[in-house]
Write a protein that binds this ligand. Sequence first.
Ligand SMILES: O=P(O)(O)OC[C@H]1O[C@H](O[C@H]2O[C@H](CO)[C@@H](O)[C@H](O)[C@H]2O)[C@H](O)[C@@H](O)[C@@H]1O
Length: 353
Amino acid sequence: MSDPVAKSATVLALPSNMMPSPVTSKGCSSLSVTYISRRKLVEAVDGLVSVMTPSSTCTKPYVHSGSDEFAADNTWLAKCPSALASFNQIIANAQCKKIALFLDYDGTLSPIVNDPEKAFMSPEMRAAVKNVTKFCPTAIVSGRSRDKVFEFVNLKELYYAGSHGLDILVSSTDSQSKTNDEEVKLFQPAREFLPMISEVNKSLLEATRSIKGANVENNKFCVSVHYRNVDKKDWKLVAEIVDDVLRAFPRLKLTTGRKVLEVRPMIDWDKGKAVEFLLQWLKLDDTESVLPIYIGDDRTDEDAFKVLRQRNCGYGILVSQVPKETEAFYSLRAPAEVMEFLNSLVRWKEQSA
Ligand SMILES: O=P(O)(O)OC[C@H]1O[C@H](O[C@H]2O[C@H](CO)[C@@H](O)[C@H](O)[C@H]2O)[C@H](O)[C@@H](O)[C@@H]1O
């Protein structure tokens, strides 16, 4: 995949306090991304691909024991209140602070659709995102390749972190360095994995060719194997094939998303680390003066929610129509509510300007 930005960009080393280390444990820690060991994947496949259904991973869905749906909704909203209903509380905590916004793409800015190539965001959503950048430094943090998510969002006002944070684009004028040159800089902590990712992408394409509906997407530093359009009876086969292919790549790991298996470099780097990196790089890491808000819908976003919770500053907002166990503080039900939230932020900032 050609990347015109990468050709002219300076690739920077990471600050020493943020160097990613190889992942040694593939254990299932309660709410971070689910790293699936081979044995677990195969076990799950045997249990009728339970790994491919939302209820089977470490991110357990919230289960209400009673039968009253209304009560279940209330319990969920008590645990993870609506960010719209709690808007006044959120802005009360943002008084005199700069809000730094982090936005996931699929399922957050664009609705989930069957064809990943057609996950367009609406012009209204684009306008909402563009408007909010006038007041808040904003970054997109996506599992997509950086150039692909830029194609979809198509706003120059934003920072972009693609491949689940493994490919971050910043310019030197944003950094702590005092230079005025507007030089493009890239942070790519898994750069050495590029040839391997390309190889595994080829192997996965070849191995899944015969499965109707299976779709392999090259996200540059990770590869997504989509099974949304595969007949349910063949989900097990997809998982077995991915497992077989990965045997030849011991330095790659597997995570799950929304009807997708994601192959990634086995390093200690995720969306949470990307958020920490961007806060530091953009000089937004002072918890007294900056309130980071991260909005996302997927398991991979839990790493970012966790970082904000651990820093005890800012809020994670989970986009979900159903109750889920999460590290987020607030919830929104769908991209339409995300847009409403962004527009509310803009109105508030305009009024208080
Ligand atoms: O971090 P994100 O920006 O949310 O990206 C995560 C994955 O999103 C995409 O897949 C998901 O959305 C597709 C389009 O709506 C849907 O068809 C698919 O089933 C979902 O898993 C994207 O295609 C993946 O590469 C991203 O990793």
